[in-house]
Design a protein around this ligand. Structure first.
Ligand code: MG
Length: 178
């Protein structure tokens, strides 16, 4: 019943009946943690005895989000656009990197449908910061906070995250062209 001809006719119907152009992207980042450094996640300063070792402010969550946005557009990665060998980006607030990445999204004619970020970190507990993180990212991306999910998990003390040596972030994002 659903042979090739049927498949292509269904696809053609969808294409010409106003189905939106959508793109999906995923991003991943990791940073080492060290004592006495400031910790920023999703643009929010987190009270923590350790922070990310980085050329920028080390916001691992925003970096994974930028990589997901760039990936959705097949524009390469964050290292290509904001190289960690450049003095321009030394200590830079990662919210600025997200702003610039959103400029590329807008230039390509897309807007964010939704973003889903998972941060893997053994400590501190991030629950008290989640709402501020979502609001901060939504404001930069020109979306509602209901379109931005931020989740936090430990790794049950397993691996480098569990030992507190580093943290990771994973992001999925959907872009829509109206
Ligand atoms: Mg990074």
């Amino acid at each position: 019943m659903y042979g090739f001809l049927s498949y292509f006719s269904i696809f053609a119907d969808a294409k010409f009946s106003g189905m939106k152009d959508i793109r999906i992207g995923n991003g991943y980042d990791v940073h080492a943690l060290a004592d006495g450094l400031p910790l920023f996640l999703c643009g929010v300063r987190i009270e923590s005895p350790t922070g990310c070792v980085a050329h920028s402010d080390g916001d691992v969550a925003i970096h994974s989000l930028c990589d997901a946005l760039l990936g959705a557009l097949a524009l390469g990665d964050i290292g290509k656009h904001f190289p960690d060998t450049s003095e321009e980006f030394r200590g830079i607030d990662s919210k600025i990197l997200l702003c610039r990445t959103m400029g590329m999204v807008a230039s390509a004619g897309y807007r964010v449908g939704n973003a889903d970020i998972t941060i893997a970190m053994q400590r501190p507990k991030l629950a008290p910061y989640i709402l501020r993180m979502r609001n901060t990212l939504a404001e930069i991306m020109g979306t509602d906070a209901s379109q931005v999910s931020v989740k936090a998990t430990t790794t049950e003390r397993l691996g480098f995250v569990g030992r507190g040596e580093g943290c990771e972030a994973y992001t999925s994002v959907l872009l829509i062209k109206d």
